[in-house]
Design a protein around this ligand. Structure first.
Ligand SMILES: Cc1cc2nc3c(=O)[nH]c(=O)nc-3n(C[C@H](O)[C@H](O)[C@H](O)COP(=O)(O)OP(=O)(O)OC[C@H]3O[C@@H](n4cnc5c(N)ncnc54)[C@H](O)[C@@H]3O)c2cc1C
Length: 545
């Protein structure tokens, strides 16, 4: 995981985390940037820093993408509602980034159609929507908008509430797998010589004459502590940003939750956006990786940040009520829900009463060498990274490889046809998720899908062996999304998953049993439905040494 890994395409094989830690402790590396936080913001900064030849290290207290960046609504979008709220700049930047990502990472970021139904007496009607979409298309430089009268809208969505339906506006945005977006960004940074270590917590910012000059780190697995020095320390810890700054509160943590249903229970060919019947907040139902997702809520998150976020009972009712109102024929009930996930938005507090009224733009703070960043969107991670590095540049040596214009985040892949054994769509998906490693992923195991998902057994084995998996939940909730896509978090398939992955992970039987228990407990508590009197304690914390 050190700079000797330069240009190596694959990620982290077994034992590499330990070797990387030994190297860090030995103090042989002189770091120029230490980035704290392994979500999309940290990953984006690492990627752009490594490209410029700066010696950069990223540390993440849990798993890569464990925070908000595996729990978003997966939209790579301009945010039509931000445009409607007059936030032109955020929308413009996001639309442009969406178009870049669609070009750079096909198979990981894919275009998705959106339908917004219009009902008599409801705002926005087709006319204001047309004006908004005109501007949206104009920013993108391509036309995607269309209006479908009621009969056509019901061809798209036969179960759509028909009473008072005028029609539906259609437009295009994009969708991704957010955790894989983080992993792919990290792997691009690694290939440029960067380092990244998970389960390593920054516990303190070191200062000399008031200036930040290093960090104290604690290995979450062994409990060992050590310090590292660097002229620039970047706090990309999202919802946790106030902690390391030692100031605030500047962050208003806002929870958003989602429900996952089997696709057959609520089949939608596109994302459907509509105002919630009780508070008129925008909610949506969309297809993702073979399931249907209903999202999202937006409320102050007052639980401890170190406990995994999870959905509450009122949120389940709120989301079901929205889906039942727009698709009344389906009669959706709690029993139909297969899984849930919740994330905490690291929104910079602006003093708005309603959570949904808070601005979503990113903000930077320079606290004497500790550069903190929070807010923003998954979609705009590259722009956030560039802003951070601009602020950090005066404290850094000149870039060894100065940026040549607006370079792609993801290195272009050779335009080779799909291998004969698999369909073009599967190959596209593998290339999108694993980049230059796609041929190795395919060669590593069976090109057979896992149950009804698009994930291949080959992917599962490859990621277990090569992508810094520390716990079973890393493998099933973030490297792959099987824990969300399969009923009961994939419990039925665990024996087969074990047969494939246990040898690759090098875990003895006792460790597997422990990991399986931890995964089942975590899934019940945070990815299923709330159960009465559920324990709030987070049992996925590593034991204190
Ligand atoms: C419900 C919801 C839906 C969303 N939907 C969308 C969407 O559709 N499209 C979009 O563009 N954006 C969306 N967003 C916003 C987007 O997900 C976030 O802006 C983005 O993921 C934030 O990334 P981040 O890296 O800043 O934070 P995070 O992903 O939370 O990463 C911060 C990381 O820092 C780590 N950390 C914290 N403290 C320490 C420490 N002391 N030492 C080491 N590591 C530490 C945490 O473990 C965490 O992994 C959504 C957000 C939410 C909550």
């Amino acid at each position: 995981m050190g700079r000797d890994a330069r240009r190596r395409a694959s990620g982290w094989t077994a034992g590499e985390r330990q070797r990387a830690l030994e190297r860090l402790r030995s103090g042989t590396d002189d770091w120029e940037l230490i980035i704290i936080g392994g979500g999309i913001t940290g990953a984006g900064i690492l990627r752009e820093a490594a490209r410029r030849g700066w010696r950069a290290l990223l540390v993440e207290q849990r798993d890569f993408a464990w925070g908000t960046s595996s729990r978003s609504s997966k939209m790579v979008h301009g945010g039509l509602r931000y445009l409607a709220a007059g936030d032109y700049r955020l929308t413009r930047d996001a639309v442009r980034e969406r178009e870049r990502l669609l070009t750079e990472a096909p198979g990981l970021v894919e275009r998705m159609q959106y339908l917004q139904p219009h009902y008599r007496g409801q705002f926005p009607g087709p006319r204001p929507m047309r004006a908004l979409l005109w501007l949206y298309d104009r920013i993108a430089g391509r036309r995607s908008r269309a209006f479908h009268p009621a009969a056509e809208a019901r061809v798209w969505l036969p179960q759509l509430q028909a009473d008072a339906l005028i029609g539906a506006s259609r437009f295009a945005d994009a969708v991704t797998d957010d955790a894989r977006l983080v992993l792919r960004t990290l792997s691009e940074a690694l290939a440029d010589g960067a380092s990244a270590v998970n389960y390593l917590t920054a516990t303190e910012i070191l200062r000399q004459a008031g200036e930040a000059c290093g960090v104290r780190l604690r290995d979450r697995l062994s409990g060992e502590e050590f310090t590292l020095r660097a002229p620039v320390i970047i706090n990309a810890t999202g919802a946790w940003a106030d902690r390391l700054r030692g100031q605030g509160p500047s962050i208003r943590p806002l929870r958003g939750s989602h429900l996952v249903l089997p696709y057959w229970r609520l089949p939608v060919p596109c994302s459907v956006s509509f105002p919630h019947p009780t508070d008129r907040r925008p909610v949506f139902v969309f297809p993702w990786e073979g399931v249907t997702v209903i999202g999202t809520t937006d409320l102050d998150h007052d639980r401890p940040l170190d406990d995994e976020a999870r959905i509450s009972d009122p949120e389940v009712d709120y989301l079901l009520a929205a889906a039942n109102q727009i698709f009344p024929g389906h009669g959706l009930r709690r029993a139909d829900i297969q899984a849930s996930w919740s994330g905490v938005r690291p929104v910079v507090a602006g003093g708005a009463d309603a959570p949904s009224k808070e601005k979503r733009e990113h903000v930077l703070w320079d606290d004497r060498g500790l550069i903190s960043v929070a807010g923003g969107k998954l979609t705009t991670f590259r722009l956030i990274a560039l802003d951070v590095l601009r602020l950090a540049a005066p404290r850094l040596p000149p870039a060894r490889r100065p940026a040549q214009g607006d370079e792609p985040v993801f290195r272009p892949l050779p335009a080779a046809p799909a291998p004969a054994a698999i369909a073009a769509g599967i190959w596209r998906r593998l290339q999108g998720r694993y980049g230059a490693d796609a041929p190795r992923v395919l060669a590593s195991g069976a090109a057979e899908p896992i149950a009804a998902t698009a994930t291949l057994w080959a992917e599962l084995g490859w990621t277990a062996a090569n992508e810094a998996v520390v716990h079973l939940d890393d493998l099933l909730l973030r490297r792959t999304r099987l824990g969300l896509l399969l009923p009961d978090g994939g419990a039925r398939l665990l024996p087969r998953i074990r047969a494939l992955c246990q040898p690759l992970l090098g875990w003895p039987d006792s460790r597997w049993t422990q990991e399986e228990q931890r995964y089942r407990d975590l899934w019940q508590r945070c990815y299923g439905l709330p159960s009465d009197g559920a324990d709030c304690n987070d049992s996925t914390k590593e034991p204190s040494p």
